[in-house]
Design a protein around this ligand. Structure first.
Ligand SMILES: Cc1cc2nc3c(=O)[nH]c(=O)nc-3n(C[C@H](O)[C@H](O)[C@H](O)COP(=O)(O)OP(=O)(O)OC[C@H]3O[C@@H](n4cnc5c(N)ncnc54)[C@H](O)[C@@H]3O)c2cc1C
Length: 490
């Protein structure tokens, strides 16, 4: 019988005769499945906004996502609510544009509550006040549908169930990617690629330098498997937690259980968030330390241990927590929640000082208000309090954090942009990811239209386009646009 490779008309070259651990040389002609102006990798918050913005700005856009639906952590990760899109004091809405549109459309389906009516300290905000004014509770099913509709209406060529496994590099720049799916191995070629994989998969494989974890030891924030519980007695939960008025929900119950030797999870309390649906709450409490989200063995370990912790917590809820006596496990997330992996080295690296001072950047592409929220890489606590880090009421994100060093024709948006470990603790949440995605998708489309490298996109033109498409970049940019100062773009 002929070798399978020859029958299919391609060659597989290996340098070993029998099973061995030596690297395998693999060579194959793969079809080009699509050619795009802009290729967006990853359909999470950053990728959704990048693809919609790119297509709306006239670029032929392909969006590749490994799951069968969009949303990333917002859907597959069951993560929520959308953290604040407002200034830290909850007074000014900072993140709008694609994010706002998605929220409004989800709200129209009964699948979200607009942040303007959600108070910090409320049950929707996990009973937390600091940094939790004006969060957005939402239903992941609504987000799956709305995100796909927005992409399709914008003309995005959507490729679900497609995993990007390598980057095509030509002449020092990214020329596209290699994907694997039920259709086999294929290539997608693009003029500009936007890496919204959250792990900087495309950038790392193109040779872009990156950091991972804290400067001192490389440890990252822990992972968490989200889950949802139903059949909760909302009124009893809210009454109990408000009456106890503890630092976080169920602190004393957790402390007592730990003292009895019956709370094996490194957490001081229970993170619970009411959803838009009666009786259904999200739980953000499992914790898995010292695992690497870019290592498949660690990811496997985290999924299994995460589910063990969920089962423990379900027992704890039913036996200990008022209002949860009849609670049932609705679902666990389709993927372990990874808070932090690679952070690329870009044209600019955002720091905690920039956030503390509210530093103004000429190339501002988004405003944010969420403070530095680092879950301890080794312990049970975190920095979600005023004392740990200073953070301005409003701070700015510059375009330079999206522009990688070391590879042309590439932009990065979302959780893996160029920032310190500390600054990432703030900008990693979903509304900033949407805002960064919208900026990167817009910049990519402008770069294609002008025939320039992303780093040479005229910033005033980018800002003007973002504002025209609903983004808010602050009064300085608004005044400049109003005064009619011409941008340098065509
Ligand atoms: C446990 C936990 C709790 C959190 N709590 C909150 C919260 O309450 N509120 C909040 O706003 N934020 C929260 N966050 C932060 C937030 O969820 C993420 O940082 C945010 O989703 C980042 O957006 P993103 O688009 O960069 O990445 P993601 O949401 O991770 O999306 C990345 C997408 O890329 C896809 N992808 C990745 N690699 C590939 C590949 N090679 N090929 C194809 N597709 C690929 C993924 O499937 C995914 O859809 C939390 C995060 C975690 C982990």
């Amino acid at each position: 019988m002929e070798p399978a490779g020859r029958r299919k008309g391609y060659r597989i070259v290996t340098d070993v005769e029998r099973i061995s651990s030596a690297p395998i040389k693999f060579q194959k002609d793969v079809p080009v499945a699509a050619e795009a102006d802009v290729l967006v990798v990853g359909g999470g918050p950053a990728g959704i906004a990048a693809a919609v913005a790119s297509a709306r700005n006239g670029a032929r856009t392909v969006l590749v996502e490994r799951f069968g639906f969009l949303g990333g952590n917002a859907t597959a990760g069951l993560v929520g609510p959308f953290m604040t899109s407002y200034s830290q004091d909850g007074k000014i809405q900072l993140i709008k544009g694609v994010f706002e549109e998605l929220v409004e459309r989800a709200e129209a389906l009964g699948g979200a509550i607009h942040p303007r009516s959600v108070e910090g300290g409320s049950e929707y905000a996990g009973f937390i006040t600091y940094g939790h004014h004006r969060v957005t509770p939402f239903d992941p099913e609504a987000v799956k549908l709305v995100a796909a509709e927005m992409c399709l209406e914008a003309g995005v060529d959507l490729r679900l169930h497609t995993f990007v496994c390598d980057t095509l590099v030509e002449d020092g720049g990214v020329a596209g990617v290699l994907v694997a799916s039920k259709s086999g191995l294929e290539a997608i070629r693009a003029k500009i690629t936007v890496d919204c994989s959250a792990d900087a998969d495309i950038a790392a494989r193109a040779g872009v330098p990156f950091h991972q974890g804290r400067d001192e030891d490389g440890l990252t924030q822990p992972m968490t498997l989200f889950f949802r519980v139903g059949n909760v007695d909302d009124a009893t939960v809210i009454e109990y937690i408000n009456r106890m008025n503890e630092y976080r929900p169920f602190t004393s119950l957790v402390k007592a259980a730990r003292e009895r030797g019956d709370f094996p999870i490194p957490r001081e309390a229970i993170g619970i968030y009411r959803t838009p649906h009666p009786g259904i709450w999200r739980v953000n409490t499992t914790r898995l330390h010292q695992l690497d989200g870019t290592d498949v063995r660690d990811l496997t370990k985290a999924e299994i241990e995460g589910r063990r912790q969920v089962m423990f917590l379900m027992r704890f809820f039913r036996e200990q927590c008022p209002g949860f006596e009849n609670a049932m496990l609705l679902d666990t997330a389709a993927m372990i929640g990874v808070r932090e992996t690679r952070r690329i080295v870009g044209e600019y690296t955002l720091t905690a000082d920039d956030l503390a001072s509210g530093r103004e950047f000429d190339d501002v592409i988004a405003l944010c208000g969420y403070p530095i929220d680092i879950h301890s890489p080794t312990g049970s606590g975190g920095t979600m309090n005023k004392e740990a880090f200073e953070c301005a009421n409003v701070y700015q994100l510059p375009y330079g954090i999206l522009v990688p060093q070391g590879a042309d024709r590439l932009l990065v948006a979302g959780r893996c942009v160029s920032s310190s470990h500390e600054a990432l603790g703030a900008i990693r949440v979903m509304p900033p990811a949407f805002a960064m995605g919208q900026a990167a998708g817009t910049a990519a489309a402008l770069a294609v239209a002008e025939g320039v490298e992303p780093r040479n996109v005229p910033v005033p033109w980018l800002q003007e386009t973002l504002v025209k498409n609903g983004a808010y970049l602050g009064d300085t940019v608004n005044r400049r646009i109003k005064s009619g100062e011409r941008s340098t773009g065509s």
